[in-house]
Design a protein around this ligand. Structure first.
Ligand SMILES: Cc1cc2nc3c(=O)[nH]c(=O)nc-3n(C[C@H](O)[C@H](O)[C@H](O)COP(=O)(O)OP(=O)(O)OC[C@H]3O[C@@H](n4cnc5c(N)ncnc54)[C@H](O)[C@@H]3O)c2cc1C
Length: 497
């Protein structure tokens, strides 16, 4: 029997795979996406959670990347207002690191490139006269403030996959590409379902290799490509501590090694701090933080904030690996964050397209460009469409996600403010679908701590491919930060059933 044939087989359920699946399904292609672990299991849940132009990239004259990222920031705010939040960033001035005129010029360029943005312009700030100065050490007297965005990275992946599936894409988690071989018309791919232990074959006219840090391994080891792409693997780690200061502003701290470390209010009760940049030479994953990275991040914070932190304050850590284009930079932090789309299409053979590098921020435009590259292999491909179509739950009137939480509280008074806000941010208008028919807290079923109930867990399993307690606690939600070990154990037992 002939194997099932798809237009497009996508390897990898990170932001790039999910974004391309959504775009392609909406343009009329039949799509299969296989992810060996869970959606957003790797780099795409380990980012600094910024949707930003990348102020720092101006120093390396990556002007196209900054301009494109700023345009994407605006688009993502419009299509996913529940997942993306505007935030003021404060950059304390340290005279020995960069001259004030250079920072001012950078911010001027940033404002100018994002001039069509709905976000306000940058400004100078005297800390003695501003609430932004309150948490800082008195030696820091002056700085700058600008606006960028923060995002829920893993939910951005999941909701792209959700939308792709609603447009016909077949999303399979726990399935990995073993190998693939091609002839002039199609690829024949061998895929293994790791939960059932079954191996099967599908045919696909094209393959997208969106395997993130495994992109090289998939290209050479599984797709049999002849050429070798020069890659640089760089690990970045973050720590999370109990909330460090009042206020919703984030800080961008310059360090003596010229890197910027972000300090960002996280989920009401916490502060997120990162990232590091560590060259990586081992297997692409999984990655974990090392003690010296934790100490480095604590040290950067302690040089700027009055309240000192130590490794003992850390309540959670995560680390991810970027597969960057090798550009010969000496320092890992200086390697370009721009992306490349490598087409491998020998004459008379079905093509593959590998995604190298990239940012959460630019995933949508990257997906559009990936489809444009593959267009010659399809007779019909509908026009690009993702620039203005809301992601699931993003169809919030006026784009004001903050107004959704009080509306949910009014409709479902038993939720309480904190849960209403969490649902509004995580699910947007889809919170109504989640809560359909629920009349009381009891209707939400068994509690697993941190506001997580059976109702939500069932929804995540049914609609969002959650399979394990780790998926639910750390990717689909961040309830892991408040769940006790006993809660997690009960959740594991529940999902095991
Ligand atoms: C520390 C850090 C901080 C960052 N901060 C930001 C930020 O603030 N803002 C921003 O815009 N960007 C940021 N980025 C960049 C951004 O996170 C990445 O560009 C993006 O997540 C990469 O997504 P991906 O889909 O390519 O890779 P991944 O998310 O890693 O997805 C690849 C997937 O492929 C799967 N896979 C691999 N091999 C196979 C196989 N054989 N079969 C099936 N599946 C397979 C893997 O399991 C994995 O889930 C950051 C990156 C890092 C590391």
């Amino acid at each position: 029997m002939d194997p099932l044939t798809y237009d497009l087989l996508i390897i990898g359920g990170g932001i790039h795979g999910a974004g391309i699946a959504r775009d392609a399904a909406g343009r009329g292609l039949s799509v299969l996406l296989v992810e060996k672990d869970s959606l957003a299991a790797h780099t795409s849940s380990a980012s600094s959670k910024l949707v930003h132009g990348g102020l720092r990239y101006l120093e390396y004259f990556h002007l196209r990347l900054v301009r494109e990222s700023l345009m994407e920031r605006e688009r993502l705010l419009a299509i996913a207002p529940h997942l993306i939040e505007r935030r003021r960033f404060v950059l304390p001035y340290r005279s020995r690191l960069r001259p004030a005129w250079a920072v001012r010029l950078g911010l001027f360029l940033y404002d100018w490139m994002g001039r069509r943005s709905t976000l306000g312009p940058s400004e100078g700030v005297r800390f003695a006269e501003s609430p932004y100065g309150r948490p800082l050490r008195p030696t820091l007297r002056f700085g700058f403030a600008y606006t960028d965005c923060t995002a829920d990275d893993s939910r951005l992946v999941i909701l792209n996959a959700r939308d792709a599936a609603e447009r016909g894409a077949d999303i399979r988690v726990g399935h990995h590409l073993v190998s693939a071989a091609r002839d002039d018309k199609a690829w024949r791919a061998t895929i293994r379902d790791d939960s059932g232990g079954v191996t099967y074959t599908v045919a696909a006219r094209t393959i997208v290799n969106a395997a993130g840090p495994w992109v090289g391994e998939v290209l050479q080891g599984r797709l049999g490509a002849a050429g070798k792409r020069a890659l640089r693997l760089v690990k970045g780690s973050h720590i999370v501590v109990p909330r460090l200061y009042e206020g919703e502003q984030a800080y961008a701290l310059q360090h003596a090694d010229r890197r910027l470390v972000f300090v960002i209010p996280y989920l009401r009760d916490f502060t997120l701090i990162g990232t590091t940049d560590v060259p990586w030479s081992g297997e692409p994953g999984p990655a974990t933080i090392e003690p010296m990275e934790t100490e480095y991040l604590c040290d950067v914070v302690n040089r700027a904030f009055q309240r000192a932190i130590s490794p003992a304050d850390v309540v959670w850590t995560f680390a991810g690996i970027r597969a960057l284009q090798e550009d010969g930079s000496k320092r890992a932090s200086a390697v370009t964050r721009d992306y490349a789309l490598d087409l491998d299409a020998p004459a008379g053979a079905a093509p593959s397209l590998s995604i190298v590098g990239g940012k959460l921020t630019t995933y949508r435009i990257l997906a559009e460009q990936a489809l444009d590259k593959l267009e010659p292999w399809f007779e019909t491909l509908r026009a690009p469409w993702t620039g203005s179509a809301p992601l699931p739950g993003g169809d919030i009137g006026g784009g004001n996600a903050d107004a959704l939480a009080p509306a949910l509280s009014r409709l479902y008074p038993f939720l309480g403010d904190a849960l209403a806000r969490r649902f509004a941010r995580a699910y947007g208008t889809r919170a109504m679908r989640l809560l359909d028919g629920v009349k009381s807290r009891d209707d939400m079923g068994e509690s697993f701590g941190g506001g997580l109930t059976r109702l939500e867990v069932d929804y995540l399993v049914r609609e969002e491919w959650a399979r394990s307690a780790e998926d639910v606690l750390w990717r689909h939600t961040k309830c892991g930060l408040s769940a006790t070990p006993a809660d997690a154990l009960r959740l594991r037992a529940y999902l095991g059933r």
